[in-house]
Design a protein around this ligand. Structure first.
Ligand code: 5AD
Ligand code: SF4
Length: 445
């Protein structure tokens, strides 16, 4: 609480962009209740941890943070602790049973109940657990007001859930089945964002390529892109995440024809061995993946490609790991996010035989990263000396005199701050030095 008696909130977000977006909705609800944002957790009257269950280490970070909040509550017993997000949805009542310092547990599709929960909790003081997942709730939740962090870049969830059931993945269990928002709803939101001055939107879904299929009226992601492409004022449309099985050539054509859809494709391949892809239930082969990559590059020659990879899935042999390395060399992604397989309770892969030891998983991860880092650097080196358009995002975390922007292909260019250049400007950056993860350059006024 501050000296004026205003109550404050502090929300910490773990995991993916969907959680970032959910946190903005959580904060929007708390602000409606009269709470103000706290600069630090120590000032807060309510702390919300918006959690992620995708891998064990994401969960461990949250348990560590709960320990810190306990110390805070020991000093200030009135502070409320809420657990939101995927761990809330997965563990429900078990969380408060194990850790009674948690005041409430709230699933992603119950954010609109925050009002009642916080008011009741302040009044009654008992534990509250709300984790309902009905499609109507999913729709109500889409309409909640967000307190957006940025005035230029906005998350726009287009669907919730996933129907794919990859055998390693917890998401379908915690986020439920695919439920799309209508094109009308999404377009109305994007128009209003454009009117508020937003320049870039990122369409969010676990698998954006299956957007609209639940309507069963032939609507798909191509229709959504066509509808959003005409919104004036929006300069860039990003989207996450694509699925190699559900992406169609028509979608690629529509994106290629758009001047707003960015030239960045995050297309998780997960593995370079067909045997592994099958056991992961990914629904495509390496050959199909190559075909899609070739088609995308043919239509968008300047596209930046990124991917996700899992190493150490049960039954993975040295030869299979080499197949992933061969795929990396063949496709030459701009970058790859590599994850060590983490068994998730209740998923089929967790009970498969032939689990791989941590030591082998780490060694294979290092082998993969070494190859990929070399490729990323080589690709970036080719950009040295070029002038590339960026959308300016603002100061870097480390140094407020160094700003950065992103290219359409999603590369970060860091440059010394220039008077007269504002967040949201589109400018040309001259690349001087290429590194594995970032480019360094200058921007002229
Ligand atoms: N272990 C390791 N990585 C995982 N991912 C999803 N589930 C797991 C898991 N159990 C990775 C996938 C996915 C990314 C978001 O996280 O690569 O694309
Ligand atoms: Fe998980 Fe697979 Fe769905 Fe992605 S597509 S969220 S990896 S089940």
């Amino acid at each position: 609480m501050d000296q004026q008696g205003n109550k404050k909130y502090f929300t910490i977000t773990y995991g993916c962009q969907m959680n970032e977006s959910d946190s903005e909705k959580i904060n929007g609800q708390l602000e409606e209740l009269g709470y103000l944002p706290a600069e630090q957790m120590e000032e807060a009257d309510i702390v919300i941890l918006n959690t992620c269950s995708i891998r064990q280490n994401a969960e461990e970070k949250v348990y560590g943070k709960i320990g810190e909040v306990k110390q805070l509550k020991d000093k200030n017993p009135h502070v409320l602790l809420g657990i939101a997000g995927c761990m809330a949805q997965e563990n429900r009542r078990k969380l408060v049973q194990r850790m009674p310092i948690i005041d409430f547990v709230i699933g992603p599709y119950n954010i609109h109940n925050l009002h009642e929960i916080v008011t009741d909790k302040e009044a009654v003081g008992s534990h509250v657990v709300l984790t309902q997942m009905k499609p109507q709730r999913v729709r109500d939740y889409s309409l909640l007001k967000a307190s957006r962090k940025s005035k230029i870049f906005a998350w726009v969830p287009i669907m919730q859930g996933c129907n794919k059931f990859c055998t390693y993945c917890i998401v379908p269990y915690v986020r439920g089945r695919e439920t799309s928002r209508t094109i009308e709803d999404i377009k109305a939101e994007v128009i209003s964002l454009a009117q508020d001055g937003y320049k870039e939107i990122t369409l969010l879904g676990q698998n954006v390529n299956s957007y609209g299929l639940d309507f069963k009226n032939n609507t798909d992601f191509s229709d959504l892109i066509r509808a959003l492409d005409t919104v004036e004022g929006i300069k860039r449309i990003r989207y996450m995440t694509s699925h190699p099985r559900d992406m169609t050539k028509e979608m690629v054509d529509v994106m290629a024809a758009s001047s707003k859809v960015v030239r960045h494709m995050h297309l998780p391949v997960q593995h370079g061995s067909n045997e592994m892809l099958k056991r992961m239930n990914r629904g495509y082969t390496v050959e199909h993946f190559y075909e899609m990559v070739d088609y995308i590059r043919e239509r968008m020659p300047d596209v930046g490609f990124t991917t996700d990879l899992i190493t150490g899935f049960p039954g993975e042999t040295e030869e299979m790991n080499q197949a992933t390395i061969a795929l990396l060399k063949k496709v030459r992604f701009d970058s790859a996010y590599t994850f060590i397989y983490s068994p998730r309770r209740g998923t089929p892969a967790a009970s498969m035989t032939n689990q791989i030891s941590d030591e082998i998983k780490h060694r294979r991860l290092n082998e993969i990263m070494e190859v990929q880092n070399q490729i990323s650097l080589e690709i970036n080196k080719e950009l040295e000396g070029q002038d590339i358009e960026i959308l300016v995002e603002g100061p870097t975390k480390q140094d407020e005199n160094h700003w950065f922007g992103r290219t359409s292909t999603n590369k970060m260019i860091v440059f010394p701050k220039v008077e007269g250049i504002k967040i949201g400007d589109i400018v040309l950056a001259h690349v001087n030095i290429a590194q594995t993860w970032i480019l360094k350059g200058i921007v002229k006024d």
